[in-house]
Design a protein around this ligand. Structure first.
Ligand code: HEM
Length: 408
């Protein structure tokens, strides 16, 4: 990297964002302060940290930057040193990433191209639209369950079970097996955080093995007895069992529903507006994604020497993209601190960009549209039952642990 001097005040701000559990509650003022103080920060952790929309976009779509997972494991790229305050066991981290190389999220071309081509058959816009009635039926059933109680935790009753059921149906995971995914998902998510502890990594490694074993068995079963589901189709199309064991997409969709409903409850005028006009579902979901993104941090590794946002990168250099901060950049969004479910020209960075752009984006958007329209149509009154809902401790995937509401 070029030897730009690190701005100490900005660096301290970044450490607060990453390490201080207190800042989880509302990191947005900190993102703004950082963007004003040092939008291109050469942090003491070694990474280049970006908080302006255009800079983030430039990095996400640059093919000279990628994940670098396999190259690091093979010793072709340097492994960054972890600074004080980050308790990461390098051996464990290695074990985690060795398993993760089977997932397209962590892969670079040509592996990425192969894995993504295979899986993208499942997520074409036509296929997603065809699922809408089934998703509507699943949502209606979950809302029936919620309607029986006066106070209900939306995370437990709707936001968690919905994506698991949808993906379960899509892939053909038997209904009886799906409940077992809940504890597994949480463990996998914690390992993505920069502050992941040894325990987080150890749990995630066990989960990776359990998931892989589960899907290898399921694929073997479909090979013996094909069914009318996606997994059978993929097995028939190509005998490869590593592509769809990805657990991405459960927790993020849960966070879209949880963070999104909280945002609406805190902006009753916007909630009323959407309730009165279900046609706002599309722009409304986009604004929920911008306002409180299910994914706050993203990143890329330089795979070759490159100059981006005016900075020189050497192979292995890491760039952190503060996507949730960029989503409030006034240079890109008019009145970014105004929550507006009818916002036009909205393109948040919440699904990433470039070749890793979220494969499930169309599905997640459709689920969001169905969920919020159904909730608003079904319950004339939805009220927060606590002042401050409990949060999960993670930042990369930021969301609520519970969201108790009263329904009428
Ligand atoms: C609101 C919900 C969701 C959000 C906010 C979200 C966000 C993201 C983000 C930020 C990335 C990385 C993009 C990048 O680095 O440029 C990603 C990748 C990915 N997501 Fe999602 N996601 C969501 C739902 C889903 C769903 C429902 C699925 C699947 C059923 C899914 C599957 C994937 C996959 C497979 C990748 C890896 C793509 C690649 O590396 O080529 N996501 N997602």
């Amino acid at each position: 990297m070029t030897d730009t001097v690190t701005d100490t005040a900005a660096d301290n701000l970044l450490l607060r964002i990453l390490l201080d559990p207190e800042s989880r509650r509302d990191p947005y003022p900190l993102y703004q302060e950082l963007r004003e103080l040092a939008p291109v920060l050469r942090s003491s952790m070694g990474a280049l940290v970006l908080s302006r929309y255009d800079d983030c976009l430039e990095v996400l779509r640059d093919p000279r930057l990628g994940r670098g997972t396999r190259a690091r494991l093979a010793g072709e790229l340097p492994i960054p040193e972890m600074p004080a305050g980050f308790d990461v066991d390098l051996e464990q981290s290695r074990e985690f990433f060795e398993r993760a190389t089977n997932s397209m999220l962590f892969a670079d071309p040509p592996d990425h191209t192969r894995l993504r081509r295979l899986a993208s058959r499942a997520f074409t816009p036509q296929r997603v639209e065809a699922l809408r009635p089934a998703v509507q039926a699943m949502v209606d059933e979950l809302l029936d369950g919620m309607a029986e109680k006066e106070e209900v935790d939306v995370i437990e009753a709707l936001a968690f079970p919905l994506p698991v059921t949808v993906i379960g149906e899509l892939l053909g995971v038997p209904a009886a097996d799906r409940a077992a995914f809940q504890p597994l998902v949480g463990a996998g998510v914690a390992a993505l955080d920069p502050t992941a502890s040894s325990d987080d990594l150890a749990r995630a490694i066990v989960v990776q093995d359990e998931m892989a074993e589960y899907f290898v068995d399921l694929v073997a079963e479909r090979r013996r007895r094909p069914a009318a589901d996606l997994l059978s189709g993929l097995v028939a199309a190509r005998d490869e069992d590593d592509a769809l064991s990805d657990d991405d997409g459960f927790e993020t969709t849960t966070n879209l529903i949880g963070n999104g409903l909280l945002a609406l409850l805190r902006h009753p005028d916007q909630l009323a507006r959407w309730r009165g006009d279900p046609g706002l579902a599309r722009s409304g979901v986009e604004e929920l994604l911008r306002w409180d993104s299910p994914v706050h941090l993203n990143g890329r590794t330089a795979l070759e020497p490159a100059e981006v946002v005016g900075e020189r990168l050497e192979p292995g250099d890491f760039v952190t993209v503060l996507a949730a901060g960029a989503n409030r950049d006034p240079a890109r969004f008019a009145d970014p601190e105004v929550f507006d479910v009818g916002r036009a020209d909205n393109a948040p960075l919440s699904f990433g960009w470039g070749i890793h752009n979220c494969l499930g984006a169309a599905l997640a958007r459709m689920e969001g549209e169905v969920v919020f329209n159904a909730l608003l149509a079904r319950f004339p009154t939805i009220e927060l039952a606590v002042d401050e809902p409990e949060r999960k401790p993670t930042l990369v995937l930021r969301g609520l642990a519970s969201l108790p509401v009263r329904l009428a």
